[in-house]
Design a protein around this ligand. Structure first.
Ligand SMILES: [Zn+2]
Length: 309
């Protein structure tokens, strides 16, 4: 996408969803945006924490805005922000806000700076609008499964992913395995159990019957589909991060993590993945290990942080 390259100091305009913000100095924030054409962008919003800020509440997570940004060497600068979709519907209930935050966090983990992903942007805008209009219990799960399918990771649901036997009759699919990427019959079963009702819902979501799925009332099966979708997405993100930095993970796996937080931005880091919530591989750890030397040793290690990249 070199045609979209913007030189330092130049202004550029785009639509974006605010993924996350963190404090910077007294009255500023760093805003992480998923833009339509430029991928994930981090930009400083000056004075946004003042009560009389010209940005108002337009730069809060989940907001959909049109922004004018000035390209910087490390961080861009938010020059203007106009609301496209306001936050009011999202904040009208706890359920909606929780669903909105879940999809925004997932989009944050799935997007990379400098890598435009218009489909992810369009799907995020779409799901946020859907959540604002109707709080279906399957909004989040449907988004996760659709995003996975878009990444070429559509699960196999009509037959056993291992032996190929079709579902139905003698062969019932009873399990789902994230490593295998689909459902399994009783003979091949591995992974976790899955109910026939949950399988049907997933087929609806991924088979062009999304509207039907989203009309369902909350039930054990919808909860099961949401739990499966969350684990599938985590599995995908972890795998991707592992491929990004095999050596980093290997070196960390020998350590018992004592304290995990980014020292530059105050983002918590998932101890399991050694990433901050933005999904960028980083580590700033104080660790103690008894495994290697037979006695406790404390070591501080630092890595690149998402806010320095
Ligand atoms: Zn099988």
């Amino acid at each position: 996408m070199s045609s979209l390259a913007v030189a330092n100091g130049e202004l550029y305009r785009d639509r974006a969803v605010i993924l996350r913000t963190y404090k910077l100095r007294e009255s500023d924030r760093i805003v992480v945006l998923l833009t339509q054409r430029f991928g994930k962008v981090r930009a400083v919003a000056k004075g946004v924490r003042r009560t009389n800020s010209k940005f108002g509440s337009r730069l809060e997570p989940m907001s959909h805005v049109e922004v004018l940004l000035r390209k910087g060497r490390d961080l861009d600068l938010v020059s203007q922000a106009e609301s496209v979709d306001g936050l009011t519907p999202m904040l009208s209930s706890l359920d909606r806000a929780a669903q909105g935050m879940a999809v925004v966090e997932a989009a944050d983990q799935l997007s990379l700076e400098g890598e435009p992903d218009e489909r992810l942007y369009a799907m995020l805008v779409g799901v946020l609008r859907t959540i604002g209009e109707s709080p279906s219990p399957l909004n989040v799960a449907a988004f996760f499964w659709k995003v996975l399918a878009m990444s070429g990771l559509s699960p196999v649901l009509d037959g056993c992913v291992r032996c190929g036997e079709a579902d139905g009759g003698e062969t019932a699919l009873v399990a789902f395995d994230f490593n295998e990427g689909g459902a399994l019959c009783r003979r091949c079963r591995s992974g976790i159990s899955i109910s026939p009702a949950a399988l049907d819902i997933m087929r609806d979501i991924l088979g062009g019957r999304l509207r039907q799925a989203l009309a369902l009332e909350e039930s054990a099966a919808t909860s099961e589909v949401t739990a499966l979708a969350t684990r599938a997405l985590e599995h995908h993100i972890e795998r991707r991060l592992r491929t990004v930095s095999v050596s980093l993970r290997t070196s960390l796996s020998r350590w018992a993590m004592m304290s995990v937080a980014c020292q530059v931005c105050p983002q918590p880091i998932s101890t399991k993945l050694s990433t901050c919530v933005s999904g960028v591989v980083l580590f700033t750890l104080r660790q103690r290990s008894t495994a290697d030397f037979g006695r406790p040793t404390t070591t501080a290690r630092s890595g690149r942080c998402c806010c320095e990249m």
